[in-house]
Design a protein around this ligand. Structure first.
Ligand SMILES: C[S@@+](CC[C@H](N)C(=O)[O-])C[C@H]1O[C@@H](n2cnc3c(N)ncnc32)[C@H](O)[C@@H]1O
Length: 196
């Protein structure tokens, strides 16, 4: 079974046009999307994939830092907004669970405020491993929630679970960091694809 068909239908969440419109109105420039550029150290020579790219703020920031950028999102309204915002980017409809890119195509794979939407995190993590080059890095960035709270983000416990999942699926050096953005805190769960 191909989980996460490219049209984003079926089990994979695709937002309505109104939801995408509202998100773009109120969250067009989340601080996390610019902060991740310095946090990740991305620059010229990097090829970045942003999973759940939304309106494209992180693509714009990474492109500004000199990276080649690609975005994937299951929501039509997000794909069109990100494409017009960053014409130099390749932006396609799709989901974390089915990344239709060559093995080793990217030096970094990011997912900002989108990991908690993945329908099948295990499959998504396997897909991240596939599309990263050896030595490449995955960064899962989420608003930090208080422990025991559910919502749009990850608690420290949830972040540690995600780091454990990365290691279970073959990543090494999995870690959880805190990235302060103005008055907010984000958790960054990262892992490295082994070189051998
Ligand atoms: C809260 S928005 C975050 C957008 C952007 N990354 C940001 O930080 O502003 C979540 C995004 O995840 C996308 N999404 C939902 N399910 C997904 C999945 N299974 N794989 C990839 N993206 C998904 C949605 O379409 C939406 O654009």
């Amino acid at each position: 079974m191909r989980i996460g068909s490219r049209d984003g239908k079926g089990e994979i969440e695709s937002w309505s046009g109104v939801a995408a419109w509202f998100y773009n109105l109120f969250n067009r420039n989340p601080g996390s999307n610019s902060s991740i550029v310095s946090f990740s150290g991305v620059g010229p020579g990097d090829r970045v994939l942003d999973i759940g790219c939304g309106p494209g703020a992180a693509l714009e920031a990474a492109h500004g830092a000199g990276a080649e950028v690609t975005g994937v999102d299951p929501t039509d309204g997000m794909v069109s907004r990100a494409s017009s915002r960053v014409p130099e980017a390749t932006v396609v409809k799709g989901s974390a669970e089915f990344l239709d890119f060559d093995e080793g195509a990217f030096t970094q794979v990011w997912s900002l405020s989108a990991y908690h939407h993945w329908a099948y995190p295990e499959t998504g993590v396997e897909q991240c491993l596939k599309v990263l080059e050896p030595g490449g890095k995955v960064l899962l960035v989420e608003h930090k929630l208080k422990d025991g709270k559910d919502g749009h983000g990850l608690s420290m416990g949830g972040a540690r679970d995600a780091a454990h999942l990365l290691e279970t699926k073959g990543f090494v050096d999995a870690s959880v960091d805190i990235m302060p953005v103005k008055r907010k805190e984000y958790v960054v769960v990262s892992g490295v694809k082994p070189t051998s």
